[in-house]
Design a protein. Structure first.
Lengths: 253, 385
């Protein structure tokens, strides 16, 4: 075969271009992944917390969440990581407290977590899109492998929902759940509305763990959903709605 | 021209050695931070930005202040600044270098820093800050070096520098505006959520930067044969006076709005800063020191007789610099997190390693500055001879 250096380089170059073009021709990347048939899907996931039903001070939902998601326990508040926790009413809803508020509200803590805002400031400020809102169902999720640990999202979140891994968390996890990744030091994390459980057809761990059924999870865009029915039947409030973040965790008080 | 930085007396080398020592100590602690994580600092779940980011914010101002020399000299042909404009440009180079270093040491995952380039996100102010800071660094290196080089060769500066110089003027304003936007656009942080943040930043920058420059001119006069000249120092002093007045005025605007409106989430940060809140006072003595220093500086600068006395002027400049460093380099960032969005007061105290790393980066900046000023001074003195 007569192959000059010129023609060899020509074909080699063409082949290289071909390799670059191939992925583009291979079609939509998403179509290479199939969804599990049992996946729970919604147009807009939301949560209603019935604080009247919540006994207050109970930690079932918190423990379940932190166990499932490999949230470490450093034993100090400085490095603390939390996805869902108890907060006094006056701190969860600043400005709503007054001297003659029902005793119940003064004493009983409120469960707080990421609000999965419809207009999330954390997503807006993230310089790498490591935090993003899922188009299909509105959940605000994180890519722990892309996060550079700049903590702009922590400053941006008006709810204190985000925690930074100030240290390597792995040796502070009591029992590692192999179904969910552990994190590395230097990245931020927060509640993910249990998107990993939804994809396997399971409701969020906190919702399942709550014995009083005080937490209800569902599709806000479906009129038949339980969350919609609760929102119709009760007066509900949200945390700091005046900031325009449009939080998707609703509280029956 | 770099070879000029290699010729120096014993004092020069002792100073360079001292800076390298500080950089080395800082670097060793940074290696520890890389190993342990940012938990080695005093930062906590509530206060997630602190000393590093505050230094970055303050130094962006020092860098931007170069425009106070560039603008009069190149735009208004104010010849007096001809001799020292290069000092402003090189100060900007050193300051921006420190800014970038402070951002890197503040990252939880510095190895992933380039994700900002790989996944460009125009909605994030940090993305824009990366662009304007690196652009400003490049502009000042190119402009400063080219101008000095043509001066050394006694040839007119190449024509392509002029457009770059003109671009560098609004660019200087942009670096501090964008940096202010990092803070001023966050819905849950009432302390920073103020439209006057960018003007306030610029006001304090145009006071603190030139104040440092005057002090540096005094040092150069003492340790080299380079003399900035009385006239240019007095011109700078006037700039500092006006900028300090503007800076104080802007802060008073904030204080009026906050204390007269009495909206709790706005007022409590200022209460924490100046009077303490619910038994927490960590920053109160610092802030009052800043107030007193600013008042002393203002009196010394406004009065022409004290301003023209170079000893008192030096004192005033040091007061301005320290006062504004406290305001921006200590108070501004941390107080945005105190109290937290959940009404918690977790105070912040830097740790030893954190301070060592911070000093290391300042030493790195001073080393860059020393080398650049050594070259600039040598070229200028040679030219005069």
């Amino acid at each position: 075969m007569n192959c000059s250096r010129r023609s060899f380089l020509k074909y080699a170059g063409l082949s290289l271009i071909g390799m670059g073009v191939k992925p583009a021709l291979a079609g939509d990347e998403a179509s290479r992944f199939t969804r599990s048939p049992e996946e729970l899907m919604a147009k807009r996931w939301a949560m209603v917390i019935n604080s009247r039903k919540c006994p207050g001070g109970c930690k079932e939902c918190i423990d379940a969440c932190h166990r499932v998601h490999n949230v470490p326990n450093f034993g100090n508040s400085k490095d603390e990581i939390k996805w869902i926790w108890n907060e006094p009413f006056r701190d969860a809803f600043p400005g709503q407290e007054h001297a003659y508020l029902q005793e119940d509200f003064k004493k009983k803590p409120v469960i707080v977590l990421c609000n999965h805002c419809d207009n999330p400031p954390c997503v807006r400020v993230c310089p790498t899109k490591a935090t993003f809102k899922r188009k299909e169902d509105g959940i605000v999720v994180m890519d722990y492998h892309r996060c550079i640990g700049c903590r702009f999202c922590v400053a941006g979140c008006p709810y204190g929902a985000r925690s930074m891994n100030f240290r390597d968390p792995r040796s502070f996890i009591k029992e590692i759940n192999p179904d969910f990744p552990t994190r590395t030091k230097g990245v931020v994390e927060k509640c993910n509305f249990c998107e990993e459980r939804l994809s396997r057809g399971l409701l969020p761990a906190c919702v399942v763990a709550c014995r009083e059924k005080a937490m209800v999870f569902g599709d806000l865009e479906s009129p038949q959903s339980e969350v919609r029915k609760l929102l119709q039947a009760h007066f509900t409030i949200r945390r700091k709605p005046e900031l325009g973040t449009n939080p998707q965790v609703y509280y029956i008080v | 021209m770099l070879e000029k930085a290699l010729i120096g007396d014993r004092k020069y080398w002792a100073w360079v050695g001292f800076l390298i020592l500080l950089i080395g100590v800082g670097f060793i602690f940074y290696l520890r931070q890389l190993d342990y994580g940012l938990g080695i600092t005093g930062m906590s779940r509530s206060v997630t930005w602190a000393l590093y980011i505050a230094q970055f914010t303050f130094l962006v101002g020092v860098a931007a202040s170069a425009v106070m020399l560039v603008l009069p000299y190149y735009l208004h042909d104010f010849k007096t600044f001809g001799k020292i404009t290069i000092l402003g440009e090189f100060l900007a180079v050193a300051s921006v270098s420190m800014c970038l270093a402070f951002i890197i040491v503040d990252l939880g995952q510095p190895a992933r820093a380039f994700n900002v380039l790989i996944y460009p996100t125009p909605s994030s102010i940090l993305f824009w800050d990366m662009i304007v800071l690196n652009g400003y660094l490049l502009l000042n290196i190119v402009i400063g070096w080219t101008m000095l080089d043509s001066e050394k060769k006694s040839i007119p500066a190449p024509s392509w520098v002029k457009p770059l110089i003109y671009v560098s003027i609004p660019w200087a304003i942009s670096i501090h505006t964008v940096t202010a936007f990092i803070y001023a656009g966050l819905p849950g942080r009432s302390f920073w959520l103020t439209a006057i943040m960018a003007p306030r930043f610029l006001g304090s920058a145009f006071a603190s930067g030139p104040a440092l420059l005057i002090l540096l001119c005094f040092i150069l006069r003492k340790f080299s044969r380079f003399d900035a000249g009385k006239e240019s120092i007095q011109a700078l002093a006037k700039i500092i006076t006006y900028a300090l007045i503007a800076s104080i005025f802007f802060v008073l605007m904030e204080i009026f709005t906050v204390f007269y409106s009495q909206i709790p989430e706005h007022i409590q940060h200022f209460q924490y800063l100046f009077f303490g809140l619910r038994g927490h006072y960590a920053l109160v003595p610092w802030m009052w020191a800043a107030v007193i220093l600013a008042a002393v500086a203002l009196i010394l600068l406004i009065n022409p007789r004290t301003r023209q006395n170079e000893t008192l002027l030096g004192l005033a400049c040091a007061s301005v610099f320290i006062s504004l460093w406290i305001e921006k380099g200590l108070g501004l960032v941390v107080t945005g997190f105190i109290p937290s969005p959940l009404e918690k007061i977790i105070e912040y105290f830097p740790t030893g390693p954190e301070v060592a790393i911070t000093i290391g980066i300042w030493a790195l900046g001073l080393l860059i500055l020393t080398v650049l000023y050594k070259i600039a001074a040598a070229v200028k003195v040679e030219e005069e001879d």
